[in-house]
Design a protein. Structure first.
Length: 106
């Protein structure tokens, strides 16, 4: 069995999340559950991107092996008068790195 090491270190994850959010939103994937919750709560993809670009990190960046291996990071920011919390998971797929996003309002 081949062991694949992460491309990024924990201390590099936040910068990579910001880079992806600023440069190429096609690399941001919203889980179906996230899209449902966003619709229920009136959260837009624009608000999520603002959180990814400039939100405050909550807690530590953690390695997560649930469903897909990747670094998980929780961010928050006030957007349109509401505090939005975003959980982003930085995953590597083939030759690219992308963000898998779930959201909630706190």
């Amino acid at each position: 069995m081949e062991i694949k090491l992460p491309k990024f270190r924990a201390n590099e994850v936040r910068a990579e999340i910001q880079r992806i959010a600023h440069e190429d939103t096609i690399c941001v994937e919203y889980l179906d559950h996230s899209l449902e919750r966003m619709t229920q709560r009136g959260i837009t993809t624009g608000q999520v991107l603002k959180v990814l670009k400039g939100g405050e990190q909550i807690g530590d960046v953690l390695w997560c092996t649930e469903k897909e291996d990747g670094w998980r990071c929780k961010l928050k920011r006030i957007c349109a008068g509401s505090q939005i919390t975003v959980v982003a998971k930085l995953v590597e797929r083939e030759d690219s790195t992308c963000l898998v996003v779930t959201t909630w309002e706190s």
